[in-house]
Design a protein. Structure first.
Length: 390
């Protein structure tokens, strides 16, 4: 936990910190929440802030928005990290906040990456949120339905922040370049095409865009107090496009779902595209191969029994070769499964019988289909064939 000043500035800080927006007028993006008349803007401007969770991908302004709220409400601002926030430390700080609340001072507790806090750590905030001793603002890139304790989540309003568009990033970079806090006493010359290139490269992440801009300026050509960013330097900085992918998070499941549905719809091009996205993001090829084995029986099934053979062969090839060599085998399997005829009869049969089994778990096995290895069991009717009347 650390207590931070909202007005701390230093030329030695990263660009993202030097030009962090101080109010809603400077904030870029999230117009669905912060546009005129939108709910979150109304809450902030009317100073009716209560505990909330900001859910969205990296670099969309979750931390910045929390700081703006704290400044607007003139509240104390405390920031917690899961790494160094023991339960005893959390409770100690919360008790201080409760005392300050009794003196008429409000405290906003910002918990970045709240999904990294364990259940006990999250529970430590709960009584103080319930009593109104603190206003909790949590930020997470993971689905709060699964990562935030239900008791705590029920006391927080969830706001979904969207990935910034290219136009949002361009607007942000233009504001930065006109901001005297960005590069003090320096004039920056950068072409509109270069700004757009940085915005495209950032893939909706403002932090990536700002870091790229800063590196382009730091390595630009200097003449007196004028810095010119060159195309050669910029090309070196954006040779590999940033990819938003978390192998254990929502994006992981979103992409495997997209791959699955593309194969189900027999869209080969889309299926190969989503496969490539996962591989570029560093996904384990064996995870993908296991999903293809499942797909071969669940979605293709008896319509093409060779599909399972292909999927298993590719799984074994991935085990034998690994990345990057097994990528072409995965493409082969994905293409085959996408083009194969589809039948989910086996999957539907499994679901149907599963319901029956749950209803009849205690029903005895009929005598006529039981094994009868002894004379006694035969006398009791085990294995006895039923007579069929003519």
């Amino acid at each position: 936990m650390q207590q931070e000043s909202l007005f701390k500035q230093s030329n030695q800080e990263p660009l993202a910190n030097r030009i962090r927006p101080q109010n809603l007028a400077e904030f870029v993006g999230q117009k669905q929440l912060l546009g005129p008349g939108k709910i979150l803007r109304e809450i902030i401007e009317k100073d009716q802030v209560s505990s909330m969770i900001f859910w969205g991908p990296p670099g969309v302004g979750k931390t910045t928005l929390a700081r703006i709220i704290a400044q607007k409400t003139q509240a104390n601002f405390l920031s917690f990290s899961a790494v160094d926030s023991s339960i005893s430390k959390i409770k100690k700080i919360m008790k201080t906040a409760q005392i300050q609340r009794g003196l008429g001072e409000r405290t906003i507790v910002f918990v970045d990456e709240i999904h990294r806090f364990n259940k006990a750590q999250q529970d430590a905030f709960l009584p103080y949120v319930e009593r109104g001793s603190i206003i909790l603002i949590g930020a997470t890139t993971e689905n709060p339905s699964f990562e935030v304790n239900s008791a705590l989540l029920s006391r927080c309003q969830v706001f979904v922040l969207k990935t910034l568009t290219t136009n949002d990033i361009v607007e942000l970079l233009q504001k930065v370049l006109s901001n005297p806090r960005a590069f003090p006493q320096q004039k920056i010359k950068i072409s509109p095409a270069a700004i757009t290139a940085i915005a495209n490269f950032a893939s909706g992440d403002a932090r990536v865009a700002l870091n790229t801009l800063e590196m382009a300026v730091v390595n630009g050509e200097r003449q007196d107090k004028v810095i010119t960013t060159t195309s050669s330097i910029l090309q070196q900085l954006i040779t590999k496009k940033f990819m938003n992918y978390d192998k254990n998070g929502d994006e992981h499941y979103n992409l495997i779902s997209a791959l699955h549905k593309s194969m189900r719809n027999s869209d080969v091009d889309a299926a190969i595209y989503w496969l490539a996205r996962m591989l570029e993001g560093g996904e384990d090829p064996l995870y993908i191969a296991r999903r293809l084995v499942r797909f071969a029986s669940e979605d293709v099934g008896l319509a093409d029994t060779n599909a399972l053979n292909v999927a298993i062969n590719v799984f074994q090839a991935c085990q034998f070769l690994g990345m990057p060599e097994c990528d072409v085998h995965l493409v082969e399997a994905v293409t085959y499964l996408a083009l194969a005829p589809k039948s989910n009869a086996l999957y539907q049969a499994r679901l149907a019988v599963q319901k029956d089994v749950k209803k009849t778990l205690s029903d005895p096995v009929p005598l006529q289909i039981r094994n009868a290895p002894t004379r006694l069991m035969k006398d009791l009717g085990y294995g006895k064939r039923l007579s069929i009347s003519s």
